[in-house]
Design a protein around this ligand. Structure first.
Ligand SMILES: [Zn+2]
Ligand SMILES: [Zn+2]
Length: 168
């Protein structure tokens, strides 16, 4: 969630006035009684089912006071409206930072498979393709950028070794 929070703050810092208003409206919608704080009950009522679970609420609540203020809600807005981070197909954690995805399934419309670093490292996940076909999400972006410019480069990018990544 720390990475998601940094991403959200960076986006908000550069947001247009219109978008800032939209985000304030998003907060007001969550804060049903208008006291400037979102309780777990208010959260569960308004947040889409994908995110409405207590673990995510606790992760958003950095001050640990049991309610969310505007700054604490920011990552939620970006998760819901912009970034839509996938969940790990192993442990079901939200994937906001570095993660691995099956290269062969990606963009094929049969549902891609995404894994967090520790599930990838453990290799305990069942998937039709070998884990050596997985790439990290940063390499994936590079691959598609190069593919657009030069189709011949695809093979080069394919050889970016994901195992060079050391996940903490
Ligand atoms: Zn996982
Ligand atoms: Zn696959």
């Amino acid at each position: 969630m720390d990475e998601m929070r940094n991403i959200a703050r960076a986006y908000y810092g550069r947001a247009s006035e219109d978008e800032k208003n939209t985000i304030q409206e998003f907060f007001k919608k969550l804060d049903a009684n208008g006291d400037g704080k979102v309780t777990l009950m208010e959260f569960n009522k308004s947040v889409s089912s994908w995110y409405s679970d207590e673990t995510i609420f606790r992760q958003l609540d950095t001050t640990g006071d049991g309610t969310l203020d505007f700054d604490e809600v920011l990552p939620l807005y970006y998760m819901e409206e912009k970034v839509s981070p996938p969940k790990c197909d192993g442990c079901r954690d939200l994937l906001a930072g570095l993660y691995f995805t099956c290269w062969l399934c990606f963009g094929k419309g049969n549902g891609s498979t995404d894994l967090c670093c520790s599930c990838y490292n453990r290799g305990s996940f069942e998937h039709e393709h070998a884990l050596s076909n997985f790439v990290d999400n940063h390499s994936l972006v590079v691959k598609f950028r190069i593919q657009t410019n030069d189709a011949q480069s695809e093979e080069k990018v394919r050889n970016i070794c994901v195992r060079q990544f050391i996940c903490s």
